[in-house]
Each structure stands twice: as C-alpha cells, then as structure tokens.
Design a protein around this ligand. Structure first.
Ligand SMILES: [Cu+2]
Length: 577
C-alpha cells in the first residue's frame, strides 16, 4: 500500500482498522507504511544511585542486550542499551558533586551490526568492545572514555589505554545537558546505533532562581534516525552504495529513513497550554536537523552544549548537527486544542517529521515560569589571551580500496600526536574545511567558544597550500554564542574556535559524524604540562605544507567525493516505494 497512514491523512476506513489489521499492513522497512504520532513519547527514567555519601553518588550501569518496542505496530527490536534500555537512564547531578560510575559490559560476544575489519582498531580486536565517553564533561583522562580504553564482557580483554571501568566525574562545570555514549575505537558508529546513549544532566543552585519551566515541564528529547528491516530488526548497511572489495565495509554516511525520539518512532507528546523546556540532543550518526514548528511559531533557545547562554534567542528554525544540544522553551499557551508537529526542514515526506505536540491537557495551574532576559554570564575568552593559533585541515582523500577517507590535518588516527596544548593555555584552532561538506567537530575535555567563520579560496589553497580569504569573518549565529563542544565547520570556510585547556591528559578531537569519526576523522589531543616541549614545530600555516601528492589528492578527491556523497545522500533520501 502506498498511502500515508498519518492520523492526519487517514481516511474514515483507515481509522476504523484495528491495531491488528494495521500491524499487518505496516512494514518497518517502508516508512511510507508506518503511521506517525501513534506512540506516546517516553521519558527516560532518572537513575537512582546505588549508594550516596555527602558529596558523591555511586552508580553501576550495565550494558545489556534487550528487546525494545520502537512503534506499537512493529515487532519488538533487538538492541543494546545501558541498563537494557535505549535511551539509557538519565543521570542527574548537582554541579561540583561527584558521580562515580562502574560501567559493566554484559553484552553478547558477537556484534549484530556489520564490522569492517580494515579500519582503525578493528584488525585483531574482539568484536564487541565498549568504552563510555561523557560528552561535554571536563574529566581526568582515565575517566574520559578514550577510544583505546575499551573493555569486553567481564573485562576479559582491554584496550591499551584501559586503566579501570570505574569512572569519576567531578562535575566542576556549568550546569548543562551532557550525554554519555559509546566511543570504542572503530565501532563507535555501530555501538551508538545499537542503542548505547543516554542523558547526563548537571544542575546547579542558580538555575532554579531563573524560574524556567521545570519538573514535569522540563523534557529531554534525544533525536535519532534509524532504519528497520521488515521483521523490525535494526538495519545498518554493510556496503556503501558504490563498489568496494571490502565486505562488510564502513559507509561514508548513514541516513535512517525513520525518526526516533527517546526510543519511539515518530511519537506524540500531550502537553498543557503553557511553557515547556526541552533539552534537545541530536544523537544521530550522520543526520543534521533543521527543526521548526509546523505552525511557524517562534521558540526560544536558552542554552547550548555547555549550558545556559547569556540571553534567550528567539528562533523560528534551529539547526542541530550530530552531538549538538539545544535547550529551548516552547510556549504552547495560545495553542490549546491544537496539534503542532516538530518538523525537520527537508523535502522527504517521512524524515521531514520528528514528533507531534498535542496541546490537549487542560492547564493544571497557572504557568508562572519565565523566559528571563538575563540567564547566565558567559565570559568571553579574549582572542588576545591565546598563546597559540593552529591551522588544522579537514581533508577528503581515498584509501587503498578506492573508498572515501576523511582526515584531520591529513593524518590518520594512529599517527603521532600533533595537537599538544600546554596546560592552562588558551589556543585558537582554525578548522580549514577543504571537503565539500560541513563536519561537526568535537573536542573532548573543553567547552569552547566560536569566534567566526571566514570564507577562503579552496582551489587556491589546493594549488599553493596558502589561505586566501575571500570575504569578511562571519560571526557565530546568535544561538551559537555560548559554551560549545561541537562546532559546525562549514565547507570552504576557516572556522575559528577558542579553548582554554585546563588539565593535562590524553584526550581526542574528532568529527562527530560517527561514520567519519570511525574512519578516520579523529586525532589524539594531548594536554601537556608546562615543562614539556613540543617536538614538532607547529607554527601557524605549517600544517598547510601538504605534500604535492596530497595536494593532488585533494584536487581529485574533492570532486570524486562530492559526486559519491551526493549520490549516497540522494539515494538515501529517496523513499523506498
Ligand atoms: Cu565529518
């Protein structure tokens, strides 16, 4: 059947069908057959600590396989989750109160998604490896979830960076919406897609004074895209849509054909006519979203990745790249009895819809919450304070099998460390995007600020290795002027960010498109003590001295890459009939 089964578009006959009849007609592999907004939004449960002393909470979190109902008309789906649920349970803590988590791997020994044995960290390692990264947190490197600190079920095998599976989070940072997810080398894309992701919310004593919507009016929303097989199992491609001798092979992008919020495919959420605060996280592998409300109503962004901004920003549309968070307030007070769809501004009839708000619950009591004009003080990091400016390229290349290979600074993950900021130093990173696409770049350990984006002549760069700017610096968008740990490095621009590196240790920085991170758009980040000297001269523009071979690769590969990736994306966006 080709007809959409939306409750909005259902005709009289459709609506008379029993759930059993609908279940038979719904093919999880064909998004056109999946009725939308059927299931109610679920909110991940807040985890209770196993023990608590005055300033510390102890948790033990098991990673387990489980069966999950993504949609009422789907068979149940096999997945992996923290505590056997996806999203995992939410951890909440107060600022400066320590959280200790024992992460326990109780997963099967075989992976259920296709592992590519040619990419970094996968050659002679166990199939199922896990390590947990708390995204956005400033923690000691032993608790950061280094990709090579992985461990298997029962700790039978561990990566070379492993020290312990008991992680200490100090929470010495601004209240913020963080999230925890898997980060194991070479299989992060598969482990996160399998279900290993959850919220981690830091609160503080200042925030309640702002009188923002809270309690049952403060809702976390984890948005992901998934594809399913007809039997309801998760689909993840084992081959890119171009020939390659590698099987299974990593793919350069993954775009699912359904949208999942908090583990439900196209849910609905019944709300009162009042203000709600939504902590939105894009936990998708590759997909970016441009979120809008179907009635074109404005909403207010109050926070970014690292916490509340100085002032709210009124928006009609919000871009969210993988791993980015936006704290927003939607005021439904004038929408009683209306249904409003949270839409994603793309042409596809399915992935253009995210979820539905049904303003049908009578107001329980007067809404006294506010959207204050002044939120937090976000102290700008002054560029004059920077002691170093690094130029770091985002490069498109090809591997020995002819597959696209995306790199940072033309280096592979296992090449020697080159980004070694001194502890307590401030650095400006110039992200020189030579590829045809934007990449969401994430730095561990720090919350940074975006300075600007400056257009430059890519062809000139590829020919000479020199940057020729072609326009004025573009300041960050109003809703990017806060603490960030992911930045959209746009194609053909030098995106400048400024960070203060406050503690030593081995961390990483990478593209947060998980298919890119796994191959091979990730690099070590080592914050060194003031006494250490760098062995490599990293004066600005040094990184531009690409070899002639690499320059040649750039000229070829950007065009090839563009064609390949455009084809992939257009194929994936075309709904199956
Ligand atoms: Cu990328």
């Amino acid at each position: 059947m080709s007809k959409h089964l939306d409750h909005e578009t259902n005709d009289a006959n459709e609506s008379k069908k029993t759930p059993m009849e609908l279940t038979k007609e719904v093919d999880p592999a064909k998004p056109d057959t999946i009725p939308k907004f059927v299931d109610e939004l679920t909110i991940p449960p807040v985890l209770t600590p196993k023990a608590r002393d005055r300033n510390k909470s102890f948790y033990e979190i098991e990673m387990k396989a489980a069966m999950h109902r993504f949609h009422s008309y789907f068979p149940r789906t096999f997945l992996w989750g923290y505590e056997g649920i996806s999203p995992g349970p939410t951890i909440t803590t107060m600022r400066d109160e320590a959280v200790v988590v024992k992460w326990v791997n109780k997963l099967p020994l075989r992976h259920f998604l296709p592992i590519d044995r040619t990419i970094h960290g996968t050659k002679d390692t166990p199939e199922v490896r896990t390590v947990v990264h708390l995204h956005g947190a400033a923690v000691d490197s032993d608790s950061d979830g280094h990709p090579d600190a992985w461990f298997t079920r029962g700790l039978r095998a561990t990566g070379y960076k492993f020290t312990s599976n008991i992680y200490h989070y100090t929470n010495h940072q601004q209240a913020a919406t963080l999230w925890y997810h898997d980060h194991a080398i070479g299989i992060t894309r598969l482990n996160v897609y399998a279900g290993l992701a959850g919220f981690y919310i830091i609160r503080d004593r200042l925030e309640p004074r702002l009188n923002l919507p809270s309690g049952e009016y403060e809702i976390p929303l984890m948005i992901q895209d998934k594809s399913f097989n007809s039997d309801g199992s998760l689909f993840y491609p084992s081959q890119p849509p171009f020939p390659t001798p590698v099987n299974p092979s990593v793919v350069p992008a993954f775009l699912g054909n359904t949208i999942v919020v908090n583990g439900k495919v196209w849910p609905h959420f019944k709300v009162e006519p009042r203000k709600y605060r939504f902590r939105i996280l894009n936990a998708s592998n590759t997909r970016s979203y441009t979120l809008k409300l179907s009635n074109d109503q404005s909403f207010y962004q109050i926070g970014t990745d690292g916490g509340l901004m100085s002032h709210p920003v009124e928006l009609k549309s919000l871009n969210l790249d993988p791993a980015e968070r936006a704290d927003i307030i939607i005021d439904f007070s004038k929408n009683y009895k209306e249904s409003i769809t949270l839409i994603n501004d793309v042409q596809d009839p399915n992935t253009s819809r995210v979820m539905e708000f049904r303003v049908m619950v009578p107001l329980k009591c007067k809404d006294t919450s506010e959207i204050p004009e002044d939120l937090y003080h976000v102290e700008p990091i002054m560029p004059e304070m920077a002691t170093r400016s690094r130029f770091l390229t985002l490069d498109a290349s090809t591997d020995r099998f002819g597959r696209p290979l995306l790199l940072l600074n033309n280096r592979m993950w296992h090449d020697p460390v080159t980004e070694k900021p001194r502890v307590d130093s401030i650095e400006i990173w110039n992200l020189v995007n030579l590829t045809a696409f934007p990449h969401p770049i994430h730095l561990h350990l720090v919350q940074f600020q975006i300075l600007d984006r400056i257009p430059f002549d890519v062809a000139h760069y590829n020919a000479t290795g020199k940057i020729k700017y072609t326009g004025d610096p573009i300041p960050p968008l109003a809703n990017e002027k806060g603490w960030k740990d992911v930045v959209r490095a746009t194609a053909g621009h030098v995106t400048r960010i400024i960070s203060h590196f406050k503690q030593t240790g081995d961390y990483v920085w990478h593209c947060h498109i998980l298919e890119h991170e796994d191959y091979d758009m990730m690099r070590p980040l080592q914050v060194v003590s003031g006494l250490c000297t760098e062995t490599e001269d990293e004066a600005p523009h040094d990184s531009h001295k690409t070899s002639e071979f690499n320059t040649f690769l750039h000229l070829i590969d950007d065009k090839v890459m563009e064609k390949i990736l455009l084809k992939i994306i257009s194929n994936l966006l075309t709904p199956s009939s």
